[in-house]
Design a protein around this ligand. Structure first.
Ligand code: MTE
Ligand code: HPA
Ligand code: MOS
Length: 769
């Protein structure tokens, strides 16, 4: 089935926040952000701005009737800076004017005097100074301390992983419209309507029921609107509440880039130990997360780094510690993979380094250590693993050995261009790691003409969740898809929702829809059973017809529904789903946090121009574990998009703050994202179709985030291409691998710190390659 949004998308009629018709008298907001990353405000000078004819009012922290606080996990984030500023771009004032242009012009006329304080941008420095968001967390399996002596090889190293700008095509924004009796309707470009409702309620100091939050759809969120849509909605709501006028603010791209947090940069140390057969026996890692100035979602993101620190591998002895470090950057936040990708990069770096030291192919180590069913992850959950199967199928379908041979041959015959190849297995847990968030509701109405309307807490952001939910209803009712419609997301219809995130939206909201539709079908079958003098089990609904014991009856769907309506049978249902089986003990760091895992393996090929340092990522070939996909077009779209976004993160997207905490890569002229030319010419996706029972909706496994991590292989493919030119090149584990870094590596002198080619040790290994 086609994505139900495809026609309106290509015809330009899909409604995003900025397409919501504007009411007469609407005012426009713009935020004034701190010009300085850390300091004490001594004076805020608004006079010049207030003098502009179209300016209506400028709001500051003093105007907030409720609590000046929007922190979700930890109450450490004011909406508007009061006495202190903690990052460049931190909102200090909110201008409201009669036009968008006037609001922005006024922002430029605001002056602020700030006594500056020392600025920290580096997470290791923050950690050393005790600037932590939360106490550190450690995941343990076995005992690394005693394991090292059993290892034939122990290799240490470190990595520096950069962040990533979300660059959703639709920037952040909100539109708050006063309603009667002291209430507001707020349109928001958010993944979390309830989070917005809660934040607004706190800022205004009024109960949640006064605020309806509506989401039509997003032009992308990628995690950036899980928590960080709250700010703009709360500012608009504050102004709308105080002025009793509609107030709208859709951010300019440069405002969005400067004021919002990104994927977390991490620094990390690792130590990996292997036995003579290349089995990884022990792994230690310390993660220094650059959280930014306040918690936002950082503790949860850090947890997922630890959950995924061993990626698809079984390692019997693991100690992994994560530090969430407070710096003077905008609070970093959720981004596709939610900390998992950073954890995975570090284990892949450790394996790559071990492979280089031992002069073996990294794929050999990867393959030998893939987790098998029955083996535990460091957090105690027992794997139901598809990892070996994905790898085998990749070998079978895309012939890894032959590809490696071709690359070798190419490299022998070319001196100025070199190719590299890398394998990238992925294992990603599906569920919010915070167990209580794994629930959802769906409100299903069968209207008296037989058409169906559905509301859920899901937010459509391009990932196709509405199409999947529609498919669920059409299948359970056994009616054509065009009889079903998805209504927009609103906190008035569906309450207390978790954000659309964690790749779990279709599972959670799809299952709630399944429950609601099934309940309605049960009532309808009851009615048909009485009418046809059989039991409900004898009734089936097939393609719009009512069958009795498998044979056509006089009734179709329409007659069934109209009769039920005439007999005053309820044609609506509110379904509630909470993921069963999951639990987690955060004290012992053990449990069963994920409904299931998604597996896959990718092979990536890159070509480096050894004169220029430029490169192409030529091909990505994947075997991906779909379970039993309910919409292969949408799922393939998610995989292609995720791969390109992952490659962008690893290769060309360079978030750059200067030492004063000012964002230098603050526009698309200085922040390079993959376009169609940077995308691999080949993305081949082979489905691993499995029948194993799982908790996914119709066994169709979640697909939103996992494919991003295939992109990590691009970094290692480039590393291998550079090594083909300069075998002992100095290639620190620093991301992204920009052409500049490639060029430096190609002509680097060997660094004993990053290179230990112990060729003589290798000859004693007897490793079969
Ligand atoms: N795909 C599109 N087109 N746009 C998005 O914003 N967000 C990603 C992923 N795919 C995103 C996307 C992220 S971060 C997540 S968590 C999932 O979609 C959320 O949707 P799902 O739970 O329905 O997979
Ligand atoms: N994933 C994504 N978003 C989240 C999570 C998670 O595990 N927990 C809280 N928000
Ligand atoms: Mo996705 S990072 O869980 O919104």
């Amino acid at each position: 089935m086609k994505n139900i949004d495809s026609i309106t998308h290509v015809s330009g009629t899909s409604v995003y926040l900025d397409d919501v018709p504007v009411i007469n008298g609407t005012l426009y907001g713009a935020a004034f952000g701190s010009p300085c990353a850390h300091g004490v405000i001594s004076e805020l000078i608004l006079d010049d701005a207030l003098q502009l004819p179209e300016v209506v009012r400028i709001f500051t922290a003093a105007d907030i009737p409720g609590h000046n606080e929007i922190g979700g996990i930890i109450k450490d984030e004011p909406l508007l800076a009061d006495t202190h500023v903690h990052f460049c771009g931190m909102p200090i004032a909110f201008v409201v004017a009669r036009s968008r242009e006037a609001a922005r012009a006024a922002v430029k006329k605001i002056r602020v005097k700030i006594t500056s304080l020392p600025v920290i941008t580096d997470p290791r420095e923050a950690q050393a100074k005790g600037e932590l968001i939360v106490p550190p967390r450690t995941f343990r399996l076995g005992n690394t301390d005693s394991a090292w002596e059993q290892c034939a090889y122990v290799i240490t190293g470190n990595a520096d992983i950069n962040g990533q700008e979300h660059l959703y095509i639709e920037t952040q924004g909100a539109y708050a419209i006063p309603q009667e009796n002291n209430s507001l309707r707020i349109y928001s470009s958010t993944q979390g309507p309830t989070a917005v409702q809660r934040a607004v309620s706190g800022i205004i100091g009024q109960p949640m029921h006064r605020f309806e939050v509506i989401v039509t759809r997003l032009g992308g969120g990628f995690g950036g609107k899980e928590d960080q849509a709250n700010t703009w909605a709360a500012l608009c709501a504050l102004a709308a509440w105080r002025l009793n006028k509609p107030v709208k603010y859709a951010l300019h791209r440069m405002e969005d880039m400067a004021m919002t947090g990104k994927r977390h940069p991490y620094a990390a140390d690792f130590k990996i130990g292997l036995d003579k057969d290349l089995k990884i026996l022990a792994y230690e890692a310390s993660f220094f997360q650059n959280a930014g100035a306040s918690a936002d979602l950082s503790p949860a993101v850090l947890a997922r780094t630890l959950f995924h620190c061993t990626n698809s591998y079984y390692i019997p002895h693991v100690t992994a510690t994560g530090w969430s470090c407070r710096t003077n950057l905008p609070p970093n936040t959720a981004f596709r993979g939610f900390g998992g990708p950073q954890g995975m990069f570090v284990i892949e770096a450790a394996i790559a380094k071990a492979a280089h030291v031992l002069q073996v192919d990294a794929a050999l180590i990867q393959r030998r250590n893939l987790i098998r069913s029955g083996q535990p992850f460091p957090y105690g959950q027992i794997a139901e693993s598809e990892a070996p199967l994905c790898w085998e199928k990749l070998e079978e379908r895309f012939d890894i050995t032959e590809q490696q041979r071709k690359v070798k041959q190419f490299n022998e015959n070319n001196s100025l261009f070199k190719k590299g190849i890398a394998l990238m297995p992925v294992c990603f847990g599906i569920s919010f790691t915070n167990t209580l968030m794994n629930n959802a509701r769906s409100l299903v109405h069968v209207y008296s003409d037989g058409s169906v309307g559905i509301s859920t807490g899901a937010v459509e952001m391009g990932q196709g969740v509405n199409t999947k939910i529609l498919q669920v209803a059409a299948q359970v009712f056994s009616i054509p898809a065009d009889k079903v419609r998805l209504h927009h997301t609103s906190t008035n219809t569906i309450a207390n929702t978790s954000p659309s995130a964690a790749s779990a939206t279709a599972d959670l909201n799809g299952k709630a829809t399944l429950i609601a539709c099934t309940a309605i079908v049960e009532r309808l079958k009851q009615l048909a059973a009485v009418t046809f003098a059989v039991t409900p089990a004898d009734i089936t609904l097939v393609n719009g017809h009512v069958l009795v014991n498998g044979l056509p009856s006089a009734w179709d769907w329409y007659q069934l529904v109209t009769t039920a309506f005439a007999k005053r049978i309820c044609l609506s249902e509110h379904g509630h789903y909470a993921t069963p089986q999951i639990h987690y003990d955060a004290v012992n760091e053990k449990g069963h946090p994920f409904a299931y895992h998604v597996y896959g393996t990718a092979m990536l090929e890159a070509t480096v121009d050894c004169i220029r340092g430029t490169y192409t990522i030529d091909a990505v070939k994947v075997v991906h574990d779909f379970g039993n996909s309910m919409n292969t077009d949408i799922d393939r779209g998610q995989i292609e998009g995720g791969i390109v976004q992952g490659i962008g993160w690893m290769t060309m997207e360079e978030v750059l703050y200067d030492r004063d905490g000012k964002l230098r890569s603050n526009a698309l002229s200085t922040y390079k994202v993959p376009d169609i030319y940077a995308a691999p010419a080949t993305i081949a996706i082979e489905a691993l179709q499995t029948d194993r029972d799982n908790l996914a909706v119709f066994r169709s496994k979640a697909v939103g985030e996992p494919p991003l991590m295939y992109g990590i292989g691009a970094w290692f493919a480039l590393q291998n291409a550079v090594r083909a030119f300069h075998p002992n090149a100095d290639i620190p584990f620093v991301t992204p691998m920009t052409p500049e870094k490639v060029l430096m590596a190609l002509y680097s002198t060997t660094n004993p710190e990053t290179n230990h080619p112990h060729a003589e040790t290798v000859s004693h290994l007897g490793i079969d390659q």
